[in-house]
Design a protein around this ligand. Sequence first.
Ligand code: NAD
Length: 482
Amino acid sequence: MPTATRARTKVTAIPGDGIGPEVMRATQQVLAAAGAEVEWEEALAGAEAFRRGIAAGAPQETLDSIARTGVVLKGPLETPVGYGEKSANVALRKTFEMYGNVRPVRELPGIRTPFSGRGVDFVVVRENVEDVYAGIEHMQTPGVAQCLKLITEVGCERITRLAAAVAQAEGRRKVTVATKANIMKLTEGMLKRIGEQVLAEYPGLQHEHMIVDNCAHQMVIRPEQFDVTVMTNMNGDILSDLAAGLVGGLGVAPSANLGDEAAMFEAVHGSAPQIAGKGVANPTALLLSALMMLRHIGDFATARRIEHALYVTLEEGKDLTGDIAREGEGVPTAVYVERIIANLGRESGAVPEREYRPIALKRWPQITWYRAASTRELVGVDVFVESERDPRAISITLQAAAEGSAFDLTMIGSRGAQVWPDIGGHSFLVDHFRARFMFKEPPKGNGIAEITDLLQRIGRQHNWMHIEKLQRFDGADAFSKA
Ligand code: NAD
């Protein structure tokens, strides 16, 4: 039971769009009935904000409220067609640098799935701000597109420490780092390397690495083996949805977005416009998100009380909303909420006994993170050129261009495969080639004059789109081979 002396914690409530206001009201009713010491500050974001001309989808008052409270419970947000391409969700995540997405995946009583009875109970921790989702894209030629996958050491360290903190807060024992390090050795390999280094500092936690495609397979074949998993942004996006599917789908999946400045709790589902305003939406996902929020603010007792009442309600299977009820037995949201409230104080045997502690979030100083190298060498440059000719013909013009420059042409690649010198194989060719030029001898200065000279020579015959310097840091190649 909450103690009378507990100060009320201010929380920003963003009802959002579609069914958002309905599931928010339902959740707030349950929290109030359970005695949660929360004071709501209601704030606007989503479709209405866009219609008022606010490009980010959230007005300044909403951002001010979040900055003040540091805790948000949020309904789904829509970006109405014709109001820009930016999503208010992404804007909120980025404004408050909520770098970690935490998605519990736990079997719920009464929600029948092909995995029922297996005791699925793990957490997916997903990096939330880096990777290809930074959205840095460029058309290279009219028919070839590129997206930059940016991964940082500090980003990998932050997300791994968050995964470890989640494991510790929930008394879990194992962290699985899932990456595609076998192919993307520098980017995905960075999470593997940093993850292993960081997790070695936590003697109470076992850790392992798993290739992410096998991780997807293992989640379906033997999901009970997982405890906490950690992944880069896109992998985590895909596997967290897959994982939600194991235990009843997005409609009952909660989530938290965590960062230094703010924590935002939300259901994974969207605004379900088809059923909005009908009073039949299922508030379970937002309610489960609110339980994560209560634990975040330290109200473990109320979270436990509500969790048991919810589990009892689901177990009994009476008065459930249409999406989870047996055929033809769905009730309105309000009836389901009344049932949960009536069950407050009852205990369910299905809730795993867990000693929850607050997630010990590290504060990351707001500095420009700089990583020194004791030696740096510039050894060459990759120049990306557009050409409709064949690799042999391109090699002749590029070699002629490099004649008398500081470089030798050593390789031409097409979408990662070497196509000159010919090593056999049947690469399908498109009008986008990577030409690798190596310095004949180390440049005296910073090499810029030599590179500029080379680009001018190449530019006389070929359209080039971009270049990448080939560097060595601390004596190791800082680029992939062909
Ligand atoms: P959705 O999750 O809204 O709906 C998918 C299906 O699940 C629909 O059949 C819907 O009726 C059902 N459903 C979802 N939540 C339910 C609930 N609580 N109770 C009962 N049934 C539920 O996904 P969508 O249709 O792809 O998206 C609709 C809108 O929501 C889009 O504008 C999208 O951009 C937005 N969206 C927002 C968020 C967010 O704010 N985090 C997330 C996803 C989608």
